[in-house]
Design a protein around this ligand. Structure first.
Ligand code: GLA
Length: 424
């Protein structure tokens, strides 16, 4: 895990001991998948349209300690969630059954991982006996805990069955879990960040070509000594909202609107046979034809095209160590999510606004889809404590009930950069 400070030796050893007890095997036989959470400072909501995104992992996430079973039985328990998940890996997993029952328990990701592996022609014969433990209180927080669990399950099942998959293959497998098994029409931002990130770099992912590069900067590279390191902290501010609001139009609805905007723009330029995604539309066509879009569709497309530009500018700002400029772009991205993409909800917007007037903050935006969970911010490392106290106080005033539910009453968590997922 490179220079990432997570997970701690104690966390690893506790999880291994738990699996040794469950399985009756030696602690030394227990393997562990480390699957970090991700943030996306720029490139929000454009991955599903083939846009380009900037991501990194943080030093928090999921660990899955496991041993391969002697037979096909998979059995998992969790530190955070009740119940035990049991299934046989040689029995076929069907998404339709699952979706009809709306049975979105935490075990869905493990079953979904098996589904994805089966769907791509892999016959598994060994199950796993495992224990999943997530960093405290961070599930459903917009940090992509679902992709982290999905990837952890994929890597554990692959390791137990001696299947060797590249990160690109696992990106596609996780896409099958989310899109086909769970029915969420999301893009590949989350799993790309988790599988590809490298400590010391930002990952730039083109979600159309699926090619990625790393952007280095003295701001993130600890090896450059005190001058380069610790210029900033990642501040996560939790809204206390863990579920989508009832009247929320939802993630899939926005994806459909983007596609509809793309379809109209492609038709207007004589390219009606092209798959309707906004990455297929030239920015000049958007400018020339946007009057053909209804107001809501024009806003979704505006978000897409402006966000792609912010990503390109963000790469330059990051590479040259210009945190002020990088922060301004993050803030503009946050505003576009609110005004153009129209996601989020009142508490998340309040949190964004509080962060934007917090001392030491370079820029802030919703983390993840923004319908719940947390906002992320980049904060001057020297002012991180002052900023924490300010956000805590202001959000408690704005949302007394929700703030007390956030992280056991704590609204803010400070993190550092992380590394990619791996099995140890
Ligand atoms: C969620 C989705 C991602 C991405 C983000 C918004 O995390 O899973 O694919 O669209 O929202 O950027």
């Amino acid at each position: 895990m490179g220079a990432s400070s997570w997970p701690s030796a104690v966390e690893l050893s506790d999880a291994k001991k738990k699996v040794a007890e469950m399985s009756g095997r030696d602690v030394g036989d227990v393997r562990v998948v480390i699957s970090p959470y991700r943030i996306c400072p720029l490139g929000a909501h454009i991955d599903h349209q083939g846009g380009t995104v900037l991501a990194m992992t943080v030093n928090k996430g999921i660990i899955l300690a496991f041993v391969p079973s002697y037979d096909s039985q998979a059995q998992l328990c969790s530190r955070q969630f009740a119940g035990e998940v049991k299934f046989r890996v040689d029995e076929e997993q069907l998404p339709s059954m699952h979706v009809k029952e709306k049975n979105y328990d935490w075990g869905s990701y493990a079953r979904g991982a098996l589904y994805a592996l089966q769907k791509t022609g892999n016959k598994l014969c060994k199950g796993i006996l495992g224990f999943i433990s997530g960093s405290d209180g961070l599930d459903s927080s917009g940090l992509s805990s679902s992709a982290a669990v999905g990837i952890a399950c994929l890597l554990a099942l692959e390791s137990a069955n001696n299947l060797s998959m590249s990160p690109s293959e696992n990106i596609e497998l996780d896409k099958l879990i989310e899109n086909s098994y769970l029915g969420l029409r999301n893009g590949i931002l989350d799993q790309s960040a988790i599988l590809l990130s490298k400590y010391g770099y930002l990952t730039l992912m083109d979600c159309k070509t699926k090619e990625h590069t790393f952007v280095s900067s003295s701001m993130l590279d600890g090896s450059k000594g005190p001058e380069g390191a610790n210029k900033y902290k990642i501040l996560l501010a939790f809204s206390g909202l863990k579920h989508c609001l009832k009247d929320n139009p939802g993630y899939n609805c926005r994806v459909a609107e983007c596609q509809e905007a793309a379809r109209i723009l492609l038709c207007a330029s004589g390219a009606q046979s092209v798959e309707p995604r906004l990455c297929e539309v030239e920015p000049s066509i958007f400018e020339a034809q946007k009057h053909k879009l209804k107001a809501n569709l024009a806003k979704r497309a505006e978000h897409y095209f402006s966000e792609n530009k912010r990503v390109i500018e963000g790469v330059k700002a990051w590479a040259s160590g210009n945190l002020l400029e990088f922060g301004k772009l993050i803030a503009a991205s946050g505003l576009s999510s609110i005004q153009n993409y129209e996601c989020g909800c009142e508490p998340m917007i309040q949190l964004y606004e509080i962060l934007m007037r917090t001392p030491g903050i370079f820029g802030a935006r919703f983390s993840g889809a923004g319908f719940r969970g947390c906002c992320l911010a980049f904060v001057d490392a020297d002012q991180a404590d002052e900023a924490t106290a300010f956000v805590q106080k202001e959000y408690a005033k704005a949302q007394p009930d929700l703030s007390s539910q956030a992280l056991g009453g704590r609204v803010v968590m400070l993190c550092d950069a992380g590394d990619s997922a791996c099995v140890i």
